[in-house]
Design a protein around this ligand. Sequence first.
Ligand code: OXD
Ligand code: MN
Length: 580
Amino acid sequence: MTTSNAALRRWVEETAALTKPASIHWCDGSDGEYRALLDLMLGRGDLIRLNPETYPNCYLHRSDPTDVARVEHLTFVCTPDKATAGPNNNWLEPGEAHRRMDGLFAGCMQGRTMYVVPYCMGPIDSPYARCGVEITDSAYVAVNMRLMTRMGRAALERIEREGRFVRGLHSTGDLNPDRRFITHFPDELLIKSFGSGYGGNALLGKKCHALRIASWQAADEGWLAEHMLIVELESPAGERHYVAAAFPSACGKTNLAMLIPPESLAGWKVRTIGDDIAWLHLDAEGTLRAINPESGYFGVVPGTNPDTNRNAFDMIRRDTIFTNVAVTADNEPWWEGKGHGTPAIDWQGRPYDPANGPAAHPNSRFTVTARQNPSYSPMADDPAGVPISAIIFGGRRRELAPLVYQAKDWQHGVLVGASVASETTAAATGKVGVTRRDPMAMKPFCGYNFGDYWRHWLSFGERSDRLPAIFHVNWFRQDDQGRFLWPGFGDNLRVLRWIIDRVEGRVGARETAIGHLPRPEDIDLNGADVSADALKALLAVEPASWRTEMESIESYLQEYGNRLPDVLLEQHRAVVRALG
Ligand code: OXD
Ligand code: MN
């Protein structure tokens, strides 16, 4: 296979000349190709077949133990001017970055196959979708890209029709953490990633393209590329709403996108459009519409069980690639929080010994096509996307942030998004449980200066008077003993109901300095295990703590200097004034 697109042909030739692969394979995305790649990896021991009776067509991949998460400190945005990348990104001068990366790539594919992987982010016939090509020497990446994106012939045909695509060059190299770099060249629509085979570092369609490069394109072209799930909610009366929610990695986006209503809310239907990324465009009427650029899930496995996420639990019973889970004596995948079974072999392939830590890596993952999700919405394939009624921001915070509040308007909502803070998780290397600012849950993913990004968000307020309402939620509040105050999971629908009622103007609210909150009686607790005291604590706004929080937000925002839009400071001052 080759292509009529001269730029792509040239890039493949140049890359082959640099990296010197033994052979070149153009991926067509067929079932036969997928099976052949799996067989190849099975033969080499890169994949282990799991129990074919109970987990048919499921495989385990063990990554290098030093390569188990995104590496934010080794991820760079390479713009000619450092200020364009902003304080939110690591920066390298593009010439220097190319030299460093090309030095690493020189000869790195000797003896290996170079896979050319054309893919489309978004429904193949959507005007909002964008294509890319990843060149990689990893068969694991190629099969994951098949599950995660619309990969193969149809994407290549679209590239040949349109002529434009994002280029992503990837090699696992020797997996030496000292020679691991994930670099982005937004001006050139180019990604170069070396030395990691893991998730967001290596499946370049996901974080590198659909967030870092796409956020840059979106700023240029007037749309938004966001770290958001998209969920469809249908009331018992048949009213439908679509909600987009931005939470940091490993804070429950997949669970919310696949929520199963509690028994007391029978009659509600919840369906998934996407669990990680949303591309948002204003249509001709000024409605904000969203597509999910992905077609599969790369989800965190630990904690997945029939009570937390039955849809995901069922979805990963077949045709799934597991990465870094443990296995039981009868060769089933096992993870902490699975609810049954016992581990025999840990994620590193050693006999399980609790002294070595968790059996499954805390950031172990499943890769699976979205089609297998029992709650999959056919609207995920609609080229026009879905109209968004509400945008939700949220973080993982033991204290302070109430269960839910609504921003006063779009501008205030942008401040609420810019102020998101969350405790770090195992999705990235580094310390877990440290609270950090993670504006719009995009700290690791915004491809340019946050100051300019917030200005771009604010510009939507001038372009439409039909924008979604903006909310903030926190499912993770704890009491003094460290117990969660809110049950979460299916019960989160109680909060989503309030959000929809607000959007529809059906329910009032308590006006506070930080925004509009539900009155306790506005949250339907019928059948929920939440005491009146817990609800009171969940809906409290403590002025003294909020004054401290606002000080911390201000010093964070000031890091963006003259790039910081004045409007955000005005919004900030208004909240401080209202706190008294
Ligand atoms: C992810 C992440 O994999 O955010 O989605 O880390
Ligand atoms: Mn994510």
